[in-house]
Ligand binder design. Sequence first.
Ligand code: B12
Ligand code: SF4
Ligand code: SF4
Length: 378
Amino acid sequence: MLKNNHTELIKQWTRDLGFDHCGIARAQVLDEDARRLESWLNKGMNGSMAYMENYFDIRIDPSKLVPGARSVITLLLNYFPGQEDPAGHMADAGTGVSEVLQAGRNRMRMDEDREKGPGTGADRGKGTDAGGGKGLRMSAGERGRSGKGGLGMEAVQGAPRVAKYAYGNDYHEVIRSKLKILLERMRRQIGEVNGRGFVDSAPVLERSWAVRSGLGWVGKNGNLLNRQAGSFFFIATLIVDLELEYDTPFAGDYCGTCRKCIDACPTDAILDNKVVDGSKCISYFTIELKDQLIPETMKGKFEDWLFGCDTCQDVCPWNRFSTPTKETAFAPIPAILNFSTADWEELTEDGFKEIFRHSALKRTKYAGIQRNLRFIAP
Ligand code: B12
Ligand code: SF4
Ligand code: SF4
């Protein structure tokens, strides 16, 4: 009975903190996932991300991170900005009734409102023309700080693109502070709870836990997809030594016969069986590849991606169901939506540090952005 109450309380607190979905799984060793991870590593799909080879045992066993671990609480936080791609590129998520929805219909009863559907991705992608690029010329620093543009803003045609997850403040900081509050609240109101919260940077197989917590399935593009929310969300985990009520693992797969992500991936990084070759992904080249040049074989394939890549999510029909995030910390940093190629080129290191001091773009540092900029130049 107590564990029911605790579970309900915890789920309510996660909603209070602004998380969109919460699922809970029994903590256990991830045998099947261990095999998938091992095969991925053996094929060198981690490229130069050596950190993925470390702590293999910890990565597949939550009790090695939290002694006596009983439960893994998985949380989703939507980051979908609800604004068009800054470069005015069309998102293709909603063109027509796609194969996947057709397949989905055969397999499930879709909620009525979702059947009627959200605005199409095509609507989302239709940008007002920028004008912002060259007409009203300000310095890069001014444009980055000004907030000009804001919502419903000018699109800078052909400008370098930043993946949506990095539009606002660094999610690591935003989510970590929420996890800290959650754990403190558990300790205050439930009692002595040993636990640790993680987002992205720890040896935790977050997508696997999300599936086990009933939050969705791993799509062909490797991302966790949720029928209500699509895939534009972060995943966070909190491992605790508290027994809780467990959600039913997600058993379905609603990709159907769709292959949009595979066909759209500019570098052919998406292979069969939901395997993404990290070493061929634009996100890897633009963010994770440190102090190295991007291989020339990739030249001309980046479709203006300067930092990260959203192509396999933009084309996914399930992202027609994305709704704008309510998290104010994820409101776009103006520069990300305003900057033209020239603005990025003119940006000084000091300007970069100032404008992106709270941003995930810090990860590549100024030199990384400059390298990427040179690489995507025609
Ligand atoms: C390394 C990494 C990368 C690398 C490698 C990508 C990769 N495919 O692994 C690079 C830099 C390329 C990358 C890119 C991106 N990433 Co990343 N990345 C990670 C990180 C740190 C580890 C992932 C990992 O363990 N990979 C190893 C492979 C083998 O594991 P996996 O792909 O997760 O697959 C596991 C499960 O999915 C499961 N699985 C696979 N198939 C099936 C099938 C079934 C039936 C089941 C049950 C399970 C299952 O088994 C695998 C375990 O062995 C995680 C954070 C974390 N700690 O988990 C974020 C994470 C996966 N990334 C994330 C994001 C947002 C991205 C990008 C969208 C960013 C961007 N816009 O540029 C892209 C998407 C690229 C893509 N299509 O996958 C999010 C994903 C959110 C979501 N909705 O799924 C995560 C979870 C970070 C976070 N906390 O929010 N990423
Ligand atoms: S993020 Fe881009 S490059 Fe990476 S798998 Fe998806 S579409 Fe391909
Ligand atoms: S675009 Fe990819 S991930 Fe999305 S439904 Fe189609 S196959 Fe699945």
